[in-house]
Structures are given as C-alpha cells and as structure tokens.
Design a protein. Structure first.
Length: 104
C-alpha cells in the first residue's frame, strides 16, 4: 500500500493499486477515478492518455490500467470540501469536465 492524497479534500489515504472501489476516508469520494489520476487534465476535462477509454462519469471508480495517483487537490474549478450543495451542482453542470458533452 502507498499513500494517495485525495484530489477533493487533500486527505492522505492508504491505497493499493488494485483497490478500484476504495474511497477517501475524509470525503467518501472514489480514489481510483479519473479526477484522482495524474493523467487527468482539469483544463480540458479529459485524460491526457490517447490509449485509454474515457468513462462517462469521471468522478466514479473505474478500472483503468494507466491510473497513477495525482497526489492532491487539483483545483481548476472543482469544489473543495465544505462547499455548498448548490455550488457543487453548479460546478457539475458548468465547471471543468461538467455536463453537456453528451458522453456516456
């Protein structure tokens, strides 16, 4: 196991590479997800790898073999822990990697 810092709340978690459904002990978000990966680009809302298939929900756990922990909060318009529910929904709709792409 190795430590992984949550991209949402920054909490350090123990993480094993095969733990696809592991969640952050601080905020409950999935640790093995696009938004927690070093290859995920906040500015484009996409993976920088050209050899991986993009999932419909980048916040949900996935089984990508190219996953590499990012190492902490990414910012880029993603709400931090403690933001209001309205703010979180707004960013989901209009923020980086938000809705409207028709992917799924």
């Amino acid at each position: 196991m190795s430590p992984i810092a949550c991209a949402f709340c920054g909490r350090e978690n123990e993480f094993s590479a095969g733990a696809f459904k592991a969640v952050c002990e601080g905020c409950g978000r999935f640790l093995h997800s696009c938004l927690q990966c070093r290859l995920y680009s906040v500015s484009s809302g996409r993976c920088s790898s050209t050899t991986t298939e993009e999932p419909g929900d980048r916040e949900h756990c996935n089984y990508c073999e190219e996953f590499e922990p990012a190492g902490g909060p990414k910012g880029g318009g993603k709400p931090a822990a403690g933001d209001s529910e309205a703010s979180r929904r707004f960013m989901k709709l209009f923020g980086a990697g938000g809705g409207g792409t028709g992917e799924g």
